[in-house]
Design a protein around this ligand. Structure first.
Ligand code: SDX
Length: 431
């Protein structure tokens, strides 16, 4: 961390001695005020529920400029990665800090490919679930259960364990997500194939059956690979912060990633793509484009409990760059599937246009985020709505692992243990 010339001085009106706080500067983005000594010197905590003004760590992995609507993975703009790279190259970049050359890419792809199968015992976990269990409930269980099979890679402080656990998690998430889907529809699991791409393998495990050969559609394969890239990492979002906090106790990587899956499930976070598509479906059912005005009115009414799902973001106060790329991918897939006139896509674009001209959304800088169009393109590929967040988890696994590994390899890291402002009952008066 680079010490800035600037310093912060904290003074109090009640005579508590003032104190100087060091300021550290990022390579880009906001500086930070180092408050680590605050409690020791003043007996006071800072207060920031929701962490609106709190940097929880230093990181070199992903940078977001919310005002400009910029997203960089290790310095590379998301637009460049989504159009010129594939997901496994992006995984290598996030994990190791560099885009792989041809040999490194071959080696990395081979290592991932050789770990795509899961232990045969995993299927017996699935049998314990109801067939109509939500796939995220199944996935949370399966990912945590992985730690029961890999005693040789559960020591998070061992770099070799972290490395093999990273490869296993990236390799096995598609297999587990596909198994959760097949279990729900009552079809046999499809084993991974080593001659298919990462995205192609997932498509076949999802939609192939033992009854016939499955032909991977290259347009869908590329679209899915791009969807994985767009969801791979996103700075210190709720699920990544969950993974960091969980991992800071020294628990194994599989348990920490399972905590991330559980957090991502929430509708305010990764569950928003499922919620956004359900929202579009409801508007469509109740009259379509003519009903947008009424829906927007509800979304603006705090008492309605309705939000425009897929809109708004804690950091982006401009268009989420991933949403633009997702909209383009949407058009490509809908065209390939002969769904150019898909009513939900037209409804989404009409809804976006109206919202972006509405003062409520303009004043609050609410723009479409990654979840607004991702549901439409996944539905067009044939992915069921309740599996959208499972796909998000599959893609975000590499980001969670990269962030976890960065934390663990930071000699300054400690177990995360926030404090509180206590507003409960004081002890009863002594007799
Ligand atoms: C993801 O953090 C990440 O990086 C997450 C993510 C990632 O890649 O990891 O980008 C993925 O989670 C994207 C976000 C998906 N969630 C949704 O689409 C759900 C709908 N969006 C909102 O719930 C909300 O915008 C959040 C949760 C995303 C952000 O909430 P904040 O930052 O806490 O902002 P806020 O709730 O304080 O909103 C500010 C104002 C409020 O109104 P006022 O109190 O100022 O009058 O905007 C309003 C909110 O009521 N508002 C919305 C709205 N989002 C915010 N009003 C209607 N519809 C919305 N979608």
């Amino acid at each position: 961390m680079k010490l800035a010339d600037n310093k912060a001085t904290l003074s109090f009106s009640n005579g508590t001695p003032s104190m100087e706080l060091p300021v550290y500067q990022g390579n880009i983005g906001p500086d930070v005020i180092d408050i680590r000594k605050l409690y020791g010197q003043t007996g006071m905590f800072t207060y920031d529920p929701g962490f609106l003004s709190t940097a929880s760590c230093q990181s070199a992995i992903t940078y977001i400029d919310g005002d400009k609507g910029e997203l960089l993975y290790r310095g590379y703009p998301i637009e460049q990665l989504a159009t010129q790279c594939d997901f496994l190259e992006t995984c290598h970049l996030l994990l190791y800090g560099d885009l792989p050359d041809a040999q490194k890419k071959t080696d990395f792809t081979k290592r991932v490919t050789m770990h795509t199968m899961v232990n045969e015992q995993m299927q017996f976990f699935l049998r314990g679930f109801r067939r109509d269990a939500h796939p995220m409930a199944v996935l949370t269980g399966l990912v945590g259960a992985l730690s029961a099979f890999y005693h040789d890679s559960t020591d998070i402080n061992n770099p070799e364990h972290r490395e093999i656990a990273a490869i296993r998690l990236i390799a096995k998430m598609p297999t587990l997500v596909a198994m959760a889907y097949k279990y729900g529809v009552g079809q046999p699991y499809m084993y991974p194939r080593n001659d298919l791409s990462y995205a192609g393998n997932f498509l076949r495990m999802m939609f192939g059956t033992p009854c016939e050969d499955y032909q991977v559609n290259p347009v869908l394969e590329r679209a899915l690979d791009r969807i994985f890239i767009l969801h791979a990492d996103h700075e210190q979002n709720a699920s990544t912060s969950t993974v960091r906090l969980c991992g800071s106790s020294g628990t194994n990587p599989f348990a920490a990633i399972a905590a991330g899956v559980a957090c991502l499930w929430g509708p305010a976070h990764g569950g928003a793509n499922e919620a956004a598509l359900n929202m579009l479906g409801d508007i469509q059912k109740n009259g379509g484009v003519e009903k947008i005005g009424e829906f927007i009115k509800q979304a603006k009414d705090k008492n309605s409990g309705v939000k425009l799902m897929g809109f708004g973001h804690r950091v982006y106060k401009n268009y989420d760059p991933r949403a633009k790329l997702m909209q383009e991918t949407c058009k490509e897939v809908l065209q390939e599937m002969g769904l150019e006139n898909d009513p939900l896509f037209k409804l989404a674009m009409a809804l976006e246009k109206i919202a972006l001209e509405d003062d409520y959304f303009v004043q609050r800088k609410l723009y479409p985020n990654v979840d607004f169009y991702s549901g439409i393109v996944q539905r067009a590929i044939g992915i069921p709505v309740n599996l959208f967040t499972g796909i998000f988890s599959l893609a975000r696994t590499v980001g969670w692992i990269a962030q976890l590994n960065e934390m663990i390899s930071d000699p300054e890291y400690k177990i995360g243990r926030p404090r509180q402002l206590f507003t409960g009952s004081p002890p009863p008066p002594r007799p």
